[in-house]
Design a protein around this ligand. Sequence first.
Ligand code: NAD
Length: 384
Amino acid sequence: MKILLLPGDGIGPEVVAQGRRVLEKAAALFGLDIEFQEGLIGGVAFDATGDPLPQETLEAALSSDAVLMGAVGGPKWDRLPPAQRPEAGLLRIRKGMQVYANLRPVRVFPALVGASTLRPEVVAGVDLVVVRELTGGLYFGKPQGRFAATAGEGGERAVDTLAYSRAEVERLVRLGFELARSRRRRLTSVDKANILATSQMWRDVVEKLAQEYPDVEVQHLYVDNASMQLIRAPRQFDVIVTENMFGDILSDEAAQLGGSLGMLPSASLGEPGRPGLYEPVHGSAPDIAGTGKANPLATILTVALLLRYSLKAPAAATAVESAVARVLDEGARTADLVLPSFVEAESEEAGGQPGSRPPTEIQMCSTEEMGDRVLAALAQEVAG
Ligand code: NAD
């Protein structure tokens, strides 16, 4: 299996290094044959080649089995023209690899229940995946732009177009059903079918495909209700499928359930057999780059997704996830996983739960130490 590593900028190289170690260890323990290649993306690619996504990188991505990416961007490149900015490289690689489904699992680890801003009894046990359509809808529909208009209209009109083909919806919803089948068999489709034509077609597609998946329980929610339910009772969700913009907003809302950005993995998938693009949800965190404070767990959990969806190694994926849960249970923490003392103080004053307060058994870890802990836990998982 060929894995392309794209560390990128800021903390990207620090967290991808730990992801690579975990992947190597998992390969050794589970008998997987992995070959690594490394490429340039983002600001470092612009500095070296004048392009945030060199053609060579895209070609290497397309001929790999999976791509593990860190993050791109940073103040050094913020004043470049839009097409040369690191973030342009990110959008181009997603488009170039034709990854139309973005999966963002949100799992609240028992040891981190207190690290959320929501009450522990609300977030305990949350384990859901938002599947967002990534290459269609409002962000891509034409016409789009700002146009001159009559004086009566104030002299200008702006237009965005929300358009989907039935085929685009079907492939995404089918992926959602398949995913639900591999989990708790519950699919929530989020739309605005009381108003939008695209949502009415979306709902038809879900209803039609539901006949092929009688073992999956289907629920339809309007997006406004879904956003409320996500913070009211998030445990009711298993797999959520939704269109591009609704998914953009809901996946960030769902991300907050888990506490830290440093814990959130993502996978972007296309047609079966094509390479997937795997990246932690967080950015390049220039404020902590080079300090050893970056939490590598989002990238390590991203490696678990890569093992599950691209390398078809579910046992290895589960072992990596269990290893992460184990090190957290043992008290290993990077700085982002400990609530700042002022939040704890406020919470205690209000008589609430003090959150993941750092008691004596907490061991603060650097990026690399957290990687070491996960490697050791992974070996223990496999040894049983
Ligand atoms: P960010 O995600 O980089 O950081 C937000 C905050 O979270 C910072 O305080 C940071 O220190 C913290 N943080 C993020 N990841 C962490 C980790 N693994 N461990 C511990 N703390 C972590 O978002 P930002 O500050 O808005 O953006 C910084 C740069 O990253 C910008 O150039 C932005 O364009 C880019 N960005 C890239 C991606 C990507 O590559 N997918 C995503 C978001 C932002």
